[in-house]
Design a protein. Structure first.
Length: 204
């Protein structure tokens, strides 16, 4: 017989990340780039000043786009848009709200994907995997008892079905001038699944 086992464990997150940055628009490309660079540097310096290590700040996305308006099907050039998005990793969860507020106060006009996760995800996943295997064994025993057969308790084949980590994620829009942002990390749910094949013999 083949059964599927599932295991999950809820853990408290101990790290966070957030994407934040600066989007600048101008009719001319060079001024747009220059202003974006100035504001971006101000933003990074502000984050460092509140305790974020520079190696926890990295460029997530940088792009230059042409913007157009459309009038009766006609494309009209409007200007350029320069986007510089940073990914900031945060070790102290109590500072996440302050990081968001500081970013907004220092020129960030894009903030998204606030995620809470755990550094030791692999260890927690292994615990969930063990639970999944035990769950598969319990299901096999239930089936064997129900159909009145003798189960060989050691599976002949086990296939890992994969796992998931469901982090708390915020897609809030943050508005300049709003202070004291409160973000609660909640709990992470780490899941694992296995497929196990067992042999059995009939009871005579």
């Amino acid at each position: 017989m083949i059964v599927t086992g599932e295991g999950q464990i809820a853990v408290q997150p101990d790290t966070a990340s957030v994407n934040l940055g600066v989007i600048t628009e101008d009719k001319e490309l060079i001024p747009a780039q220059q202003q974006n660079s100035i504001t971006g540097t101000q933003l990074i310096n502000a984050l460092v000043s509140i305790g974020i290590e520079k190696n926890n700040i990295k460029t997530f996305d940088y792009r230059i786009e042409s913007d157009y308006d459309y009038d009766q099907g006609k494309q009209i050039f409007r200007g350029y848009k320069v986007t510089h998005i940073l990914q900031v990793n945060i070790d102290d969860l109590s500072t996440v709200g302050n990081v968001v507020d500081t970013a907004v106060q220092n020129g960030a006009n894009y903030i998204a994907n606030v995620q809470f996760t755990a550094k030791s995800k692999e260890s927690y996943y292994n615990q969930a995997l063990s639970m999944a295997l035990k769950n598969a064994g319990e299901k096999a025993k239930t089936i064997a008892n129900t159909i009145n057969v003798s189960l060989f308790v050691t599976p002949v084949l086990v296939t890992e079905g994969g796992g998931t980590v469901q982090p708390f994620e915020s897609q809030q829009t943050f508005v300049k001038g709003v202070s004291s942002t409160q973000l609660e990390p909640g709990q992470l749910v780490i899941k694992a699944t296995v497929s196990a094949e067992y042999k059995y013999s009939p009871n005579y």
